[in-house]
Design a protein around this ligand. Structure first.
Ligand code: F6P
Length: 343
């Protein structure tokens, strides 16, 4: 009898997920597996919401953003009876293994189910935030940064005409990779990330210096940055204990501070969820395909509790536990590198 494999995608959607599903399913068919899509992440496993996947379902997914399986931020360990229901679904469908695609939260659940409930699970590294440990990159990041970089070009055009400081607020609640890469790749004059205490005076001096040369300046800020003296409002938490940033607009507060301290007219834009859609870059398509294929190979080898990760240009197996122990943050070396460009 052929093996039955379930695939799910959890957490925020991003580019590269559909290519990763495609890679995994194509490889699964090499092994004559039956593949089931689990709808909306762990929610679908709890609620027994599965469907059989055929080649026709995935063959045109290579250039599509989002996830055709749907997603949610459901944590079975935070729902009464959630884990038991998930285990029942695995038994009822006769699933031999599960491939979970996600970031620290989704894969944290995978790791726990593997360790504590002996579920045969492997993972693939998804998140536009690029903050998953044990992998050099996650799919979704490159496209998200590319989208923000393109938007920065538009901000630059209008900033130059009106002689303004233009601020772009990008996603990133806990890690500043998106802001850092967006800023460096678009020639921004200052970047603020959650890992670093904002140096408001230093930033304003730098913006004045830049302004005196080119009569406009560009700033990128992570949504998760906390500004001294600015009330960040009451924060709601999701089932993984992370802030839900529905109302905060750090770009707006930052703009007010810059205008007040420098006297330069300032505007801001929030790219938000537009960063998660659009056309997946070649990097994300390839990383998705490669990690999807590798994850299915791990299942074939019965190498469970592992995640397909990128190290250098190789796709290798790392432990899910290692990948989800803590999030990968921007370190001092990167900050030093960024400062080279703030003159
Ligand atoms: O998936 C990570 C992330 O993109 C964060 O950078 C962002 O803060 C969050 O998701 C937004 O999530 P939601 O889609 O639930 O608003």
């Amino acid at each position: 009898m052929s093996k039955r494999i379930g695939i799910l995608t959890g957490g925020g959607d991003c580019c590269g997920l559909n290519p990763a599903i495609r890679g995994a399913v194509y490889r699964a068919f090499d092994y004559h597996y039956e593949v089931f899509g689990i709808r909306d992440g762990w929610k679908g496993l709890i609620e027994s919401n599965l469907f059989k996947i055929d080649l026709e379902d995935v063959e045109e997914l290579i250039d599509k953003a989002g996830t055709f399986l749907g997603t949610s931020r459901t944590n079975p360990f935070k729902i009464e009876g959630g884990v038991e229901s998930a285990l029942n679904t695995i038994t009822n469908y006769g699933l031999d293994a599960i491939l979970a695609m996600g970031g620290e939260d989704t894969l944290g659940v995978a790791s726990k189910l593997f360790r504590e409930k002996k579920v045969n699970i492997v993972g693939a590294p998804k998140t536009m935030d690029n903050d998953l440990s044990a992998t050099d990159f996650t799919f979704g990041f490159d496209s998200a940064v590319t989208r923000a970089m393109e938007a920065m070009k538009s901000l630059e055009d209008t900033g130059r005409s009106h002689h303004r400081v233009m601020i772009m607020e990008v996603m990133g609640r806990h890690a500043g990779w998106v802001a850092l890469y967006t800023g460096l790749a678009s020639g921004a004059d200052w970047v603020l990330i959650p890992e670093e205490e904002p140096d408001v005076d230093g930033m304003c001096k730098q913006l004045q210096r830049v302004y005196s040369r080119k009569k406009y300046a560009l700033v990128v800020v992570s949504e998760g940055v906390k500004l001294p003296g600015v009330d960040s409002g009451k924060e709601e938490l999701d089932q993984f204990g992370h802030m839900i940033l529905k109302k905060r607009e750090i770009g707006q507060s930052l703009g007010d501070i810059i205008t007040e301290k420098t006297g330069i007219e300032t505007r801001h834009a929030v790219i938000g969820h537009m960063q998660r859609g659009g056309i997946p870059t070649v990097f994300d398509r390839m990383l998705g395909l490669r990690t999807g294929v590798k994850a299915m190979e791990l299942i074939e080898e019965q190498d469970f509790g592992k995640m397909a990760a990128m190290k250098g240009n190789e796709i290798v197996a790392v432990s899910l536990e290692e990948a989800t122990k803590e999030i990968k943050k921007v370190d001092q070396e990167w900050l030093k590198f960024a400062r080279i460009f703030f003159k």
